[in-house]
Design a binder for this molecule. Structure first.
Ligand code: CTP
Length: 425
């Protein structure tokens, strides 16, 4: 594929890209407004999983939520193909939003009762939670409701207070669900705060990877055809950046060899490269000192034998571009791997994913190959989510379900840590 850089290529991430939000809807009249919230979250790039309580189903139909959400509506603890949907959702969510939240939901959540899928998910998560109560004024003013809200707020739950206005049945007073824009703003700020808390916590000196040097490669290499054109690929670099951040959070000294310039935490050494040859040089110069090397970059397999010094003009006729193979960096690392080093490669495949991954594992002498089926929905280059299978040289195989690239990074580094642990014990 040939990419020609131009100003229209500059893309800005949607603010919620890569974020997995569970949208819980409980049984209040305001449930219909949750559809507007859902729409806005999806427009901002979020992956939204709608969870409706039985009572909510009396207020609104699931079809609209399924059509507008990122996954079909879930309602029951029992009717899902996943035997433990609440823990799967709780563990993979970046944020849980309950909109609207009834008085009963507040009471259940405060008490830790988990009788349905939504409350069970709330109890089974460490993700930040945003709650948007909506009810009649008398209920809102009841001391039990206010006390429940106080307790939940003291536990760090972000409460978006209701407005005063027209309520069901024609009454007017406090208790109307906050405007969808206010709900979405609360989601944005809550996620932002969670992110900066994680970053300002910085590397932990006692983290599981402290004392380890982790090198990650990220982005797609660019092989010049002339001064304005290159052969490139669709890699955004986000998975590599997520891996570098996660390694840093776990206490490692991190070097990121990257072809793209994305925001990154202080303390991570970034080595900017463009071509496969530059990436190879930067990695080989540092590889001997590394405990872990993760080749998340999409390295060109071929490059033009020569690059024109001046821009090739249309009038010059159709250029004949002769290609030559690049070196396989991962295979080079595998061939010279020092004892104890853990080497990780990726395999983006469109078919025969397992057998291709197994083949790469052996051919490149890696400890792990992280395989993804880029033809599957929500997976790979063009998405902020990914679903992978971690193939280990020891025959292990870990399926990591569709989630944000941060979650994939956590799963990969969990596997790496386990391997480092086995080697040092
Ligand atoms: N890789 C590399 N150097 C290359 C090509 C790939 O280090 N010249 C690394 C990638 O960073 C990735 C792994 O090898 O971690 C697999 O890359 P992929 O492109 O899927 O594999 P290829 O070896 O190119 O195999 P194929 O073209 O058969 O898919």
């Amino acid at each position: 594929m040939m990419n020609v850089p131009d100003s229209s290529e500059a893309t800005h991430d949607l603010p919620l890209a890569g974020q997995r939000v569970v949208l819980g809807v409980s049984g209040g009249i305001a449930a219909y407004k949750a559809i507007l919230v859902l729409r806005q979250l999806v427009d901002l790039g979020a992956h939204v999983v709608p969870v409706l309580t039985e009572a909510a189903l009396h207020m609104v139909g699931p079809t609209t939520f399924t059509a507008l959400g990122s996954e079909p509506v879930k309602t029951s603890l029992w009717d899902d193909a996943d035997p433990i949907p609440h823990t799967t959702m709780g563990q993979t969510a970046d944020l849980i939003l309950v909109c609207p939240a009834t008085a009963r939901l507040l009471a259940d959540y405060r008490m830790g009762r988990s009788g349905d899928l939504l409350t069970a998910t709330l109890i089974a998560t460490e993700a930040p939670v945003v709650i948007c109560p909506a009810m009649h004024t008398e209920m809102w003013d009841h001391p039990a409701v206010q006390e429940n809200l106080e307790v939940l707020a003291s536990r760090g739950v972000n409460i978006v207070p209701p407005e005063a206005g027209r309520l069901a049945g024609g009454d007017v007073g406090r208790g109307r669900l906050a405007a969808p824009e206010a709900v979405v703003a609360a989601v944005l700020t809550t996620l932002d705060r969670a992110m900066s808390r994680q970053r300002s916590a910085g590397p932990s000196t006692s983290g599981p990877l402290s004392g380890r040097h982790v090198l990650v490669s990220a982005g797609g290499t660019r092989e010049a055809i002339d001064p304005v054109r290159f052969i490139g690929n669709r890699s955004s670099g986000k998975q590599g950046y997520a891996l570098a951040e996660e390694a840093r959070v776990r206490g490692a000294t991190v070097t990121l060899v990257s072809t793209v310039d994305l925001p990154i935490s202080e303390g991570i050494e970034v080595v900017a490269v463009a071509t496969a040859a530059e990436m190879e040089q930067a990695i080989m110069d540092r590889s001997a000192a590394c405990d872990v090397i993760v080749m998340a970059a999409a390295v060109a397999d071929f490059r033009p034998v020569s690059s024109a010094e001046r821009k090739i003009k249309k009038g010059d006729g159709v250029p004949q571009i002769v290609l030559e193979p690049t070196n396989d960096i991962l295979a080079g690392l595998g061939a010279t791997k020092p004892d104890g080093q853990v080497l990780v490669g990726f395999a983006a495949e469109t078919n025969d994913v397992d057998s291709n991954a197994q083949d790469k594992l052996k051919r490149k002498r890696a400890d792990f190959i992280i395989a993804n089926d880029v033809a599957a929905p929500g997976v790979g280059f063009a998405h902020d989510t990914n679903a992978v299978t971690i193939h280990g040289a020891d025959g292990s195989r870990i399926e990591v379900p569709l989630q944000g690239k941060n979650g994939i990074a956590r799963a990969v580094l969990d596997a790496v840590e386990a391997r480092l642990g086995q080697r040092s014990s």
